[in-house]
Design a protein around this ligand. Structure first.
Ligand code: KIV
Ligand code: ZN
Length: 405
């Protein structure tokens, strides 16, 4: 069976940038947009132009300099917002307006003090109005995760009838379990007339740490687009992270899916977004955390030195990392210490390794941190090895055995 292409809709510059303290000026937004283009995303949600003149300018300028991805602008289901979004997209080679409204009982009752009938009509009018400006209109049913499936299906059917080309099913509060979200997508696929003419999109938030799992269930059940951000940044606990969903698709051939992402650019893109937004990536973050390809326990290090695949499921080169690291701490073993000295050019024999390892352990226990190359050299220099005339092979001298002390 032919592989199915999953479109990557990147919302780092919209949902990601909403995070307090992450606001980006036009120059930084442009820089990130250019990087997203080379990364290979299909759609860049460049901003919410009605929210501020600065965001309007960012979307406007991004449209002028980006060629390949579709540029998308967010708007509420409000005529003025839609007009501003359309105007900001004037120079886009390919443009999309993303408009919508809350559809859950909670949103209808408390946010809008309205009724399902009125919300339905606002949704239809918004799509119709956006269609006057652009061909490609994406509708979002905010809080779809907590919206009853029957009402969600009705609203989807009506916006499709009125020209929506993409429908976004956001789990806005991160409330869904993967099975539940997958079933929702399946239900819509089975029960909405016209659903096969449009692209169905996932948009999951990470309040329970399930954003990526939910998006995965969504695409397994037939969604064709994933909305995500670099490093998973976004409202509260964030959005589905691009690097996670893309690498899940790449690593699991049986899914029979693919994306257009050049995965080797994932790490530089992550660094750029972190630098521009000032949001640090947690050290153990999947794929892009500094520890994602670092091995520090003795058992793991021993395995990795013997054969990478023992503890490395993803090839670091696939995400733009030259090689994984063997980190030395008090939890490291002799194999790792030998390996690291070897990298520095010192080949310790059995006796010298035994001695140095015991000195190293005492030192590392005191330091309670990673031990650097500089410290390793110092440990060697301060040891009593020279007295015992232990031979150390110096790598830089063509593997000739010499006494370094
Ligand atoms: O989480 C959400 O519901 C959103 C919509 C505005 C698309 O970000
Ligand atoms: Zn969102």
């Amino acid at each position: 069976m032919e592989k199915r292409r999953i479109q990557i809709f990147d919302t780092t510059l919209r949902d990601g940038e909403q995070v307090p303290g992450a606001q980006l000026n036009t120059k930084k937004k442009l820089k990130i947009a250019k990087q997203l283009e080379v990364l290979g995303v299909d759609i860049i949600e460049a901003g919410f132009p009605a929210s501020s003149p600065g965001d309007y300018k960012s979307v406007h300028d991004i449209c002028k300099s980006i060629k390949n991805p579709i540029i998308c602008a967010l708007s509420r289901a409000v005529k003025k917002d839609i007009e501003i979004a359309a105007s900001s997209l004037k120079y886009a080679k390919r443009s999309r307006i993303h408009t919508g409204i809350g559809t859950s009982d909670c949103h209808i009752r408390y946010k809008f003090n309205s009724t399902p009938e009125k919300i339905m009509s606002i949704a239809i009018e918004a799509v119709k109005y956006a269609k006057k400006f652009v061909e490609d209109v994406e509708f979002y049913a905010e809080d779809a995760g907590r919206t009853k499936n029957d009402f969600l299906a009705k609203i989807c059917e009506n916006v499709i009838k009125n020209g929506a080309t993409v429908i976004n099913i956001p789990d806005t509060t991160g409330a869904c379990l993967p099975e539940e979200y997958g079933e929702k997508i399946h239900f819509l696929k089975e029960n909405v007339k016209g659903i096969h003419k449009i692209v169905l999109s996932t948009h999951c938030h990470n309040d329970l740490g399930l954003a990526t799992a939910n998006s995965l269930k969504g695409i397994i059940n037939g969604a064709q687009q994933v909305e995500c951000t670099i490093n998973g940044i976004g409202e509260r606990a964030g959005n589905t992270s691009l690097e996670e969903i893309v690498m899940i698709i790449k690593q699991n051939k049986y899914l029979n899916l693919y994306t257009n992402i050049n995965t080797q650019l994932i790490t530089p893109t992550s660094h750029l977004v972190s630098k521009c937004t000032g949001i640090k990536v947690q050290v153990n973050k999947a794929i892009v955390g500094v520890n994602a390809f670092s091995h520090s326990s003795g058992i793991h290090q021993d395995g990795i030195i013997k054969k990478k695949e023992t503890y490395e499921y993803i090839n670091p080169k696939d995400v733009g990392i030259e090689k994984s690291l063997i980190i030395l701490t008090a939890r490291s073993g002799r194999a790792a210490l030998y390996y690291r000295y070897k990298k520095l050019g010192y080949f310790l024999n059995k006796t010298s390794l035994k001695l140095i390892y015991s000195i190293f352990l005492k030192y590392a226990d005191k330091q309670q941190k990673e031990i650097t190359d500089k410290e390793l050299k110092k440990i060697l220099k301060n040891s009593n090895l020279h007295k015992k005339e232990i031979k150390i092979l110096n790598h830089s001298r063509n593997r000739k055995i010499i006494n370094v002390f």
